[in-house]
Ligand binder design. Structure first.
Ligand code: ADP
Length: 257
């Protein structure tokens, strides 16, 4: 794989600034600010419903923030000139046409993004699906769909990668594989944001953690920084998120209804 950050390019960072997103009178994300830097795996940790997917959707311009911003290399995702070459994302592994073969699914994405066709074979190889290239996705296990989703994220060889709960549905071997992949992507200088509600997984996968609860930032730091004074990351997680999972029930001033 080529170097992700050639000399002279803008450093690929994800910058979430005072981001809020409201749904039906409740904040899913509430004045959230954090930065994700290259060369490390940043774990995005929080209980189910904490606002991780909503934040990732805002970073990918799939949802419009109620207020605040989410920028990649200083611009909104929808302002990127070649988005698939700049950002790869795994959000919902189920979002693939079941009648398509794995290779055809990736080929369609490659054609739409003007990416070289040989890249399809390369990414199928990277995710261990080369033997399944000609098989229809409807016969795939959730773990195989996760691998296919990761292959799609890697297609454009992007410097920034977002993975939403990538180990869901994977067996222990698959989980180990994802962990190794995240590590090598970060070691290549890429910016890697990976969400999980599993603190044990994040403790061994991430270099740095962004912990959220109830849509708000509760902590950001290295695993050892966050664990300090709490006994274990598990204790830290419950201490940090315990009081933050309730949502406000009214709109703050200035929030459109
Ligand atoms: P996480 O990814 O941490 O599990 P989400 O971002 O999916 O959390 O959800 C945060 C909150 O926002 C939850 O209460 C969820 O029900 C709500 N939410 C997310 N998306 C929508 C939507 N499209 N419409 C209404 N509520 C939503």
């Amino acid at each position: 794989m080529s170097s992700a950050v050639p000399a002279g390019t803008v450093v690929a960072m994800i910058e979430v600034r005072d981001l809020s997103k409201w749904y039906g009178g409740k904040p899913a994300v509430d004045h959230l600010t954090f930065t994700v830097r290259p060369g490390r795996v940043t774990g995005f940790l929080g209980p189910n419903g904490a606002g991780k997917s909503t934040t990732m959707r805002a970073i990918l311009a799939l949802d419009r923030p109620t207020s605040g911003s989410a920028l990649i290399s200083g611009v909104r995702y929808d302002q990127l000139t070649e988005p698939l070459r700049e950002v790869g994302a795994l959000l919902d592994a189920g979002a693939v046409h079941p009648g398509r073969t794995a290779a055809n699914h990736l080929r369609a994405l490659a054609i739409a993004a003007h990416l070289p066709r040989q890249r399809v074979d390369e990414v199928l190889d990277i995710v261990g699906l080369a033997d399944m290239a000609g098989k229809r996705v409807k016969g795939f296990s959730l773990g195989m769909r996760q691998r296919l989703g990761i292959a799609a994220a890697l297609l454009g060889d992007p410097a920034v990668l977002l993975f939403d709960e990538p180990v869901n549905g994977l067996d222990p071997e698959g989980i180990r594989w994802v962990r190794g992949l995240m590590r090598s992507l970060a070691d290549e200088g890429r910016t890697v944001l990976v969400s999980s509600h599993l603190m044990s997984e994040m403790a061994v996968t991430a270099d740095e953690l962004v912990v959220i609860g109830g849509g708000r930032l509760v902590a950001q730091g290295t695993v050892s920084e966050l664990t300090a004074g709490h006994g274990s990351l598990e204790d830290a997680y419950f201490d940090l998120t315990g009081g933050h999972t309730e949502y406000a029930t009214s709109y703050p001033p200035g929030v459109p209804r």
